[in-house]
Ligand binder design. Structure first.
Ligand code: SF4
Length: 331
């Protein structure tokens, strides 16, 4: 069966020629290479977890898929339609089927609108319901996410962080989309609330038959929610495969480093070689030549500094972009 969402060669560069980053780095002619040629597929009803450090380009990728950031190049096929080729009116219609849940439930809700107005807004924009029909649908969606009709006339500041994220989820799902980008949906929440929101998203997925791109920097969250995992580093996918295989036998040194950084996952990692992550993510304005991870990889060789490895099949469902892993897989 073909994927519901198929991304090929997706690129998003930001022109920073007059921007702050260019002035800070002394490189005013530069482009910010946020997403640099990504190929991914997501099967209907599945969750693809996208993991990587802050600044690796994963949120930009999620937004480029929805054209909240206009892609620089590449194709996004959704249910057979090329989203990148849609005109404004067809794109608006497509947005009913492709939605996003934002990270920050404080910043993403209009403080001057009531919960009823916020959740009803997408239905109004798309003229899908009015009057009592609209109110019934808003209340139904609030009930589904654990809120109720008593919350309709309250304002966002009257809710806790977890409740605000429930409002954001209701707003994203009221039009019954098929595909949702969950952009770090639990990162801004207390740990005790994170599990409730993850459970809610899973329930909604089952009830409404949703397909998710779930973005997070927390590999334990990604491991819990995902059918497959894609690991992103400096604008590129460096490993991809079924969740269990990637977590049990990561092929890329960066994936191993991410796993090593989670204490309770160390036990499941057994006694294999560990890669400790040192230093910071290089600037997307001036990425290193060769393998983008070579400046932090303890296994880097001269080949890694000169030649960029492609994402290649390694074993089972796993692909990785690493010269060493490829040599080991072939050897
Ligand atoms: Fe490390 Fe080289 Fe593999 Fe890159 S290609 S991850 S630098 S071993």
């Amino acid at each position: 069966m073909s994927d519901l969402l198929a991304i090929s060669g997706l690129v998003k560069h930001f022109d920073d020629r007059r921007g702050l980053l260019g002035r800070i780095t002394g490189n005013p002619g530069a482009l910010v290479q946020a997403v640099n040629g990504v190929d991914l597929g997501i099967g209907e009803g599945k969750t693809l977890g996208l993991i990587g450090e802050s600044g690796c380009g994963k949120s930009t990728l999620g937004r480029a898929i929805l054209r909240l950031h206009e892609p620089t190049a590449g194709q996004v096929l959704f249910d057979g339609t090329d989203v990148t080729a849609l005109d404004a009116s067809d794109l608006k219609a497509m947005r009913r089927r492709m939605q996003i849940i934002f990270q920050d439930p404080y910043a993403s809700l209009n403080p001057r609108r009531t919960v009823g107005e916020i959740v009803a807004k997408p239905m109004r924009i798309h003229a899908l319901a009015t009057g009592s029909d609209l109110e019934d649908r808003v209340v139904d969606m609030l009930n589904r996410v654990g809120l109720n009709s008593g919350h309709l006339n309250r304002y966002p500041h009257q809710f806790s962080g977890g409740q605000r994220q429930r409002i954001g989820i209701a707003r994203a799902l009221i039009m019954k989309p098929k595909f949702v980008v969950c952009d770090e949906p639990v990162s801004a929440l207390d740990v005790s609330i994170q599990a409730q929101i993850v459970e809610l998203l899973d329930e909604m997925k089952q009830e409404l038959g949703l397909t998710y791109l779930f973005i997070s920097h927390d590999i334990s969250v990604i491991g819990y929610v995902s059918d497959r995992i894609a690991v992103m580093y400096l604008g590129k996918i460096v490993e991809e495969g079924e969740t269990r295989e990637v977590l049990e036998n990561p092929m890329h040194p960066y994936t191993r480093a991410l796993l090593s950084s989670v204490p309770h996952l160390e036990k499941t990692a057994g006694k294999r070689d560990r890669t400790r992550l040192k230093g910071d993510l290089p600037s997307p304005i001036n990425p290193p030549p060769g393998c983008k991870f070579n400046t932090r990889c303890p296994l880097a060789t001269e080949l890694c500094r000169q030649s960029e490895p492609e994402l290649r099949h390694m074993q089972g469902t796993q692909s990785a972009a690493c010269h060493l892993s490829l040599a080991n897989a072939e050897g």
